[in-house]
Write a protein that binds this ligand. Structure first.
Ligand SMILES: Nc1nc2c(c(=O)[nH]1)N[C@H]1C(S)=C(S)[C@@H](COP(=O)(O)O)O[C@H]1N2
Ligand SMILES: [Mo]
Length: 303
């Protein structure tokens, strides 16, 4: 499958007049929260917040500021500690309601599929964001190859469990192994990628080598790393962050500035490398492409 237009230059990038930096946001971002103390002035510059800025973050930012609890809970731990992961050779088990189950070498699983580069916004629930040039295979190309059956309503993904390679698994900070899931229509959406590289290079261990999920309209925690199992199931799979803190993390995890995290607002984000916070866009800027998947759903309840 080939997407000819870059997926980021979609209708979502058309300016929405309602989305502008307010003077208050701007001042708050400068640490000048006490707006009331300042004399009023009307010509203060307002910044457009439509997020057309898709200049990729640097290699150092993308590979040096990570979440990967299997290698520690600090943002710099994965880069420091992920050297013990051995991503080659790597076997992925395909299970569940599918015509072609089995144990596949990761390379043979993708052989013959079109590798693509996609520059996507990436937004962590912790309110930082990046723009990342991922290389990967549309998940739907793989799903079509594997031929799921009619009972396959969801796809479940499981990370490697091996405390020898993943020292963070020796501590109970999360339930191991890390698991995630997508509804079948989300998994089949053309924006959804199984990522094997970044910046045209093999995916570094700290980013989830040899293969991880990227669903750009969802919070980063959906992006399960170092996948060893793909299972086609009838029931909604469990997902690690929901198991760990169900009040804070749901199954859907759609980026939603209107629904606060219980401990912080989701209205704005800080793009790594930028000084000012910027408003977060619904569905991370991909609303025109994906909002229809959730028509009729209460996204406050299904967060
Ligand atoms: N197996 C596993 N996958 C994971 C995580 C993790 O701790 N373990 N963290 C998630 C979270 S919270 C985020 S924000 C992204 C971070 O991806 P990055 O480090 O490539 O930016 O990975 C997600 N995938
Ligand atoms: Mo995250």
């Amino acid at each position: 499958m080939l997407i000819r237009r870059p997926p980021d230059v979609l209708s979502a990038d058309i300016t929405d007049e309602s989305l502008y930096w307010t003077r208050r946001d701007w001042l708050t971002s400068l640490g000048l929260g006490a707006v009331a103390l300042l004399p009023p002035f009307r010509s203060f510059p307002r910044r457009s917040v439509q997020d057309a800025d898709l200049k990729p973050n640097t290699w150092e930012e993308v590979t040096g500021y990570n979440n990967f609890y299997e290698f520690g809970t600090g943002k710099e731990d994965p880069k420091e500690n992920a050297g013990s992961l051995r991503p080659k050779p790597w076997t992925i088990k395909v299970e569940g309601d599918v015509k072609k189950p089995g144990s596949y070498d990761v390379d043979s699983l993708f052989k013959g599929l079109a590798l693509e580069e996609r520059v996507y916004r990436f937004r962590c629930v912790e309110a930082w964001s990046m723009v990342v040039p991922w290389n990967g295979y549309p998940l739907r190309d793989l799903i079509k190859r594997l031929e799921p059956g009619s009972k396959a309503k969801y796809v479940e993904f499981t990370t490697l469990y091996d405390p020898q390679q993943m020292p963070g698994q020796r501590r109970d900070v999360l339930e191991w192994p890390y698991v995630e899931g997508l509804r079948m229509d989300e998994a089949m959406h053309p924006l959804t990628l199984l990522v094997t590289g970044v910046y045209g290079k093999t995916l570094p261990n700290q980013n989830g080598a040899p293969v991880r999920l990227i669903t750009p309209w969802k919070y980063g925690f959906k992006g399960v790393k170092s996948i060893v199992k793909i299972r086609f199931v009838e029931q909604q799979p469990r997902n690690t962050w929901n198991l760990s803190a169900p009040r804070e993390y749901g199954f859907y995890a759609n980026v939603n500035p209107a629904v606060d995290h219980p401990r912080w607002s989701q209205k704005t984000e800080r793009r790594l490398g930028k000084l000012w916070r910027q408003p977060t866009l619904p569905f991370n800027g991909y609303a025109a492409d994906v909002a229809s998947l959730y028509a009729g759903m209460d996204l406050r309840a299904n967060f």
